[in-house]
Design a protein around this ligand. Sequence first.
Ligand code: SF4
Ligand code: SF4
Length: 422
Amino acid sequence: MVNRDRFLDYDKSLACIHCGLCLASCPTYLETGNENDSPRGRIYLMRALQDGRLPLADTGVRHIDLCLGCRACEAVCPSGVQYGELLETTREHIEKRYTRSLYQRFLRRFVIEKIFPVPARMRLFLWPARIAKALRLDRLLPGALREPLALIPDRITTADLPEFSPTDRPSVRGRVGVISGCVMSSMFGETNKATVELLNRAGYDVVVPKNQACCGALFAHGGNLDQARQCAKENIEAFEAENLDAVIINAAGCGSTLKEYGHLLHSEAAWRTRGEAFSKKVKDITEWLAPPSTLQPSNPSTHEPAPQQRVTYHDACHLAHAQRITKPPRELVRAIAGLSFVELPEADVCCGSAGSYNLTEPEMAERLQRRKVENILKTGAKIVVTTNPGCILQIKAGLAKAGSDAQVMHIADYLLGECKPA
Ligand code: SF4
Ligand code: SF4
């Protein structure tokens, strides 16, 4: 089928000067060595799709589907190519025009778009999956279903955060909102509580508006931009009313979408202005708490690293590449771990989680999971700290497969036990 729709911002795609500097940062290119699985190759394919030189058929779609959306290419591009934006509009075009298999439609339109963004449905959905896992029924399933089941951890915590949690510090430093998140509130309730507690310890009153919505990332990454815009509008309205100093997020994938509401709503002038104002207030928990700050380790480690204490840090793609935040989380972890901190080789190479990628592309996700686990094992770390729920599930499952007993922790959980107010 020849396609002449104008879905791509052509000038932005022409910013690519084919230098190839992004290739070594692209996880899928590192794995396949195929130019079509590289940023440069994919931009060329996007243009070919728009020009009608390439039909909207399995081959072209395959290479775009295989992209993780990790934006590692964007972070290293000397020409400033806005790859994430090109990918989103291409994916929107694909979802509107290309017919996927029944299984992929079930995953994308039902599981990812109808279950994941609604915590109550997500909690219900997890029950049979956890029972199947506990009874080892997963062994009877085909690989494509077994892999997603392996991601579900044995221990899940849920928590409905109070709408208002005041600090007990003598002087209040400010009033911040917290995004409770879909996956975070369904599976990482204790981490959400730890986030609120850290903010309270740092002197902030915390507001969690009940009428907040999914951040929209799952929709935007899957090509459903209309639904992502709807989520953005609901969140802007919910948080605008609260007169906040900042809106804090503890999930990197959500954070990058929340910081791009102005762009997401660019075609509606009034909403764009409100979206930009909202996005300016969004802060990842690590950039808000990082030194010189607000929290001090209760027991900073200054001794030589012992193998059982070694700690490393995995960069979630949407924190390191999309938000360019790499220093604050390291400073926070180092403040506690001291000499026990070890850098992870390829720390910023995607672990294969990439939002819902490990469901839709389990084979490549597993290759990247293995690569990440091999690098972790080389460090000898017993604790891996990171900042995104998807990465935690993906790395935990990978370490379990490798027979490792290393723990994977969200940075809020890691900090909670170790920090006191400054
Ligand atoms: S680094 Fe940027 S300009 Fe160079 S090939 Fe990659 S996307 Fe194109
Ligand atoms: S977003 Fe990630 S996977 Fe996709 S082309 Fe860029 S570096 Fe490669």
